[in-house]
Design a protein around this ligand. Structure first.
Ligand SMILES: Cc1cc2nc3c(=O)[nH]c(=O)nc-3n(C[C@H](O)[C@H](O)[C@H](O)COP(=O)(O)OP(=O)(O)OC[C@H]3O[C@@H](n4cnc5c(N)ncnc54)[C@H](O)[C@@H]3O)c2cc1C
Length: 382
């Protein structure tokens, strides 16, 4: 294993690989990625893989708008031959009650000001998009035809291949066990396969970002939370868009090969690293889903799994360095939407680390915003 690098990226998920590629492209010198499992073995490979531009904060709208643009021709941009299965089937976000209708309409105004082609649809119009939707009590919905999904393994592979083409070294099955520091400087990264001398580290460890932060003596307000998903048997294509309901706290989409993939958020899920599947999820998911998509009641479930959201208190990532350890950078806290913003995130991280002007302002994503009380609370999440 290499014993010195200009930058060590901890975590071989989509964020680590995107950041490593962008660092190498912008001339960071020797860049190394350390992954304790295989690439995309964390949240990335366990995610719903949806991408949407319909958000309630300007920051998320901008990050996702830019990323969707980049994903639309990612293999060409990266000069790799990987089909990332980029699909724009739309997202239909269902609105219930006065408060949600008002919020959604505010979101639309914001989205339109940023050029995002979303629109309000009546329950009748929603039925034209998803004919078997139960529209009872629904006020309407917002719809953006340019939202969609990609294959998260393939997107990660595309970035990893492009990074390797720029001489980035990627070590899988290698775990970071410590970070050696002295007088506010990083000296090396300790792994179970040897030490790497470096003075710059990127913490892209997803649900383990807090653990990795502590290795460097940095306390991050990020915590892991289990989220579960299930998949049904495949059937003929019947539903185009991702259907999302914040009222039911669920999302559901039909994949290109016909299976329905769905998940819910649990308000009482405890913080922790548990990624076992539970029968309670199966029961709750099924109960809530058939309320809005009744014909799916007859489908058999064929697979279930769970992964970790890396939660941040305002559901917006921390992208920045630490005042106590300036060369320790964090890109984590994505709270359930890191996959869809990974292209621009990797670029912004690389620009920041190399002291270049960033494509978008990024300084407000630092961890210091919690002390300053300058949060970006995202209302539109499951
Ligand atoms: C069920 C579920 C559904 C989701 N749905 C969506 C969605 O539809 N759309 C969307 O945009 N996002 C979604 N997300 C969120 C998305 O998956 C994440 O935000 C994104 O994948 C984060 O990428 P990452 O690279 O930061 O983290 P990860 O993919 O978790 O990568 C971190 C990596 O760090 C490695 N690591 C940790 N500690 C160490 C160590 N000490 N040494 C070496 N390696 C280490 C881990 O093994 C892991 O591979 C979902 C997440 C889950 C769990």
């Amino acid at each position: 294993m290499i014993n010195a690098a200009d930058v060590v990226v901890i975590g071989g998920g989509v964020i680590g690989c995107s950041t490593a590629y962008n660092l190498a492209k912008l001339g960071a010198g020797k860049v190394v990625v350390i992954e304790k499992g295989y690439l995309a073995s964390g949240a990335t490979g366990r995610c719903g893989a949806g991408m949407r531009m319909q958000w309630g904060t300007e920051t998320n709208c901008l990050l996702s708008r830019e990323s969707v643009k980049m994903l639309s021709n990612l293999p060409e941009r990266l000069d790799v031959n990987v089909d990332i299965e980029f699909t724009q089937n739309g997202y239909l976000l269902l609105a219930y009650g006065d408060k949600m209708e008002d919020q959604f309409k505010k979101n639309l105004t914001l989205q339109h000001s940023l050029g995002i082609p979303s629109r309000w649809v009546t329950p009748q119009e929603a039925l034209e998009i998803v004919p078997f939707l139960n529209t009872k009590d629904m006020r309407g919905a917002t719809y953006c035809a340019e939202d969609g999904h990609c294959n998260p393994f393939k997107v990660t592979e595309a970035y990893a291949q492009a990074a390797k083409n720029l001489q980035v070294e990627i070590y899988t099955d290698t775990e970071v066990e410590g970070i050696v520091t002295k007088n506010g400087q990083i000296l090396s990264v300790r792994t179970n396969k040897g030490d790497i001398h470096t003075n710059t580290v990127v913490n892209a460890a997803g649900g383990y970002a807090k653990t990795v932060g502590r290795m460097a003596g940095i306390e991050l307000p990020i915590f892991p939370e289990r989220h579960e998903i299930l998949v049904t048997e495949p059937v003929d294509p019947t539903m185009g868009p991702m259907v999302m309901s914040f009222y039911h706290n669920l999302y559901c989409q039909q994949s290109p090969h016909g299976s329905f993939i769905m998940g819910i958020g649990h308000p009482n899920e405890p913080e922790g690293f548990d990624i076992r599947s539970s029968w309670q999820f199966l029961r709750d998911m099924a109960n809530r889903l058939v309320d809005i998509l009744p014909p799916l009641a007859g489908l058999n479930v064929i697979r279930q799994w769970a992964g970790l959201y890396d939660m941040c208190p305002d559901r917006t990532p921390i992208l920045g360095n630490s005042p106590q350890l300036k060369q320790f950078y964090t890109a984590a806290g994505f709270s359930g939407h890191g996959f869809m913003i990974s292209p621009i995130t990797g670029q912004l991280m690389a620009e920041m680390i190399l002291g270049k002007p960033t494509t978008f302002p990024i300084q407000m994503f630092d961890a210091g915003r919690f002390e300053r009380g300058e949060l970006f609370v995202e209302p539109s999440v499951v």
